[in-house]
Design a protein around this ligand. Structure first.
Ligand code: A2P
Length: 415
């Protein structure tokens, strides 16, 4: 019998374990919970993924954008994917079957077409950069070929008496290029192995310095790192990489991969405004953008900067002193302290509401770009504050929000 063969071929979505930095962005972004992870890998459930692509552009490394043509019956299970160190090569069976099916007009090849590309509006922020952002470099250095950087500075930013131990760490790349833009991140490979005997995964940190160097004209960058001493439930846990970094001495070397990130980037047109909202170490990209604007201001950048910055107390707010020294006509800085003795608890979203008229003025302007970085919990609160402010001032949030997202003007990075 030579009739058409019934074969169901699938374009299976996979994540490259060699490049993935386990930042959880894909899992958070997936609107249908097709992505999951264990201690080893992030993986995609073949029977759930519908190829909507919502996860693809937010992925900072591009590890998410991998596809293999397989017979549906032979799709890689998540248990198999959990064990991988590298992606499997494209096999031939499915390709042969696909070609045979197509040649014979066979049934079942439908799922092997390009991913569905359906419109997904569950993504809360932009998945595209501002139109005027510079083109970033990504993945120049990988797990297999990291770059070695030298520590040239490591300073505690928070008062010694406080619980929050936040460091400003400066890394120098010598003569090897490590080109970055404000808003990008890098990965640090901590030495040693995890309890399962495998090398530790890279940990991702936002870069706190502008593109032209922590020190202008130098090939160095800075990071803002908080020493992790407890987990989300308050249980004692010593963060592997944060403790490693905070304990580094001048002259030590570290392995760096990256850079990562191609959407959380600043606009480059001179009259663009930045509305920046952050807590704690989420201040790193805001510092980078602010400093770049400060350097550019001398060359005629005219856009406004407005910052909302939350911390437990003034003593625990990184860069408090330097921020206060910036001219008031350059940046409108607003602090929110949640644990100042004798004072009511204030979060960034509370202070945004107090400054509603000025926030609304920025929201009204198509040249305003919004950046939110810090604790996961703040994301809802900040979006609700933006909604309330917009609605009160006759700017229908329902139409403004999708427009901000579409135009690369609302960037969210929370953890
Ligand atoms: P809190 O005192 O309630 O923890 P951290 O020091 O843990 O990085 O936190 C930085 C700041 O963010 C703190 O002031 C913290 O307040 C605040 N914060 C915690 N949860 C939220 C939230 N849901 N929205 C806004 N800010 C928050």
């Amino acid at each position: 019998m030579n009739g058409p063969v019934s074969i169901e071929v699938l374009k299976q979505h996979l994540i490259d374990p060699e490049i993935c930095i386990r930042c959880n962005t894909c899992e958070e972004t997936c609107p249908i919970d097709a992505i999951t992870h264990d201690d080893n890998n992030y993986v995609v459930r073949a029977d759930v993924c519908n190829g909507c692509m919502a996860c693809v552009s937010p992925c900072p490394t591009g590890a998410i954008d991998n596809w293999r043509t397989v017979l549906r019956a032979e799709a890689y299970s998540i248990d198999e994917q959990f064990t991988w160190d590298v992606l499997p090569a494209q096999g031939t069976t499915a390709d042969d079957a696909l070609r045979a099916g197509q040649a014979e007009g066979g049934v079942g090849a439908q799922a092997a077409a390009e991913p569905a590309g359906i419109e997904v509006d569950t993504v809360r922020g932009s998945t595209v950069p501002p139109w005027s952002a510079a083109k970033p470099y990504v993945n120049l250095y990988t797990h297999k070929a990291p770059l070695r950087a030298t520590v040239v500075g490591n300073y505690r930013l928070t008062e010694a008496a406080t619980e929050s131990d936040i460091h400003h760490i400066v890394l120098d790349f010598g003569t090897t290029p490590f080109p970055v833009l404000e808003g990008q991140s890098l990965g640090i490979l901590p030495p040693g192995t995890a309890p399962d005997g495998r090398a530790h995964h890279a940990r991702q940190y936002s870069i706190a310095s502008p593109r032209d160097g922590e020190r202008k004209g130098y090939n160095n960058i800075s990071l803002t790192v908080k020493r992790v001493t407890q987990d989300y439930q308050g249980k004692r846990v010593d963060g592997v990489c944060s403790n490693y970094l905070c304990d580094l001495k001048k002259g030590d070397t570290v392995e760096v991969i990256g850079p990562f990130g191609n959407t959380f980037l600043m606009p480059n047109h001179a009259d663009s405004h930045l509305l920046m909202i952050c807590t704690g170490t989420g201040s790193a990209p805001m510092r980078a953008m602010t400093e770049y604007r400060r350097r550019r201001r001398l060359k005629g950048a005219t856009g406004k900067l407005m910052l909302f910055f939350g911390a437990r107390t003034q003593e625990e707010l990184p860069y408090f002193g330097p921020l206060l020294n910036l001219p008031k006509d350059f940046i409108d800085t607003n602090f929110a302290f949640s644990r100042t003795p004798g004072q009511p608890k204030r979060y960034v979203q509370d202070v945004m509401r107090e400054r509603a008229a000025d926030v609304a003025q920025l929201l009204r302007d198509d040249s305003t770009y919004i950046y939110v970085c810090g604790l996961k919990g703040m994301e809802d609160g900040v979006l609700q504050a933006l909604q309330a402010i917009a609605d009160q001032h006759g700017l229908a949030w329902e139409t403004l929000w999708p427009k901000l997202k579409r135009d690369g003007r609302l960037h969210l990075e929370t953890y």
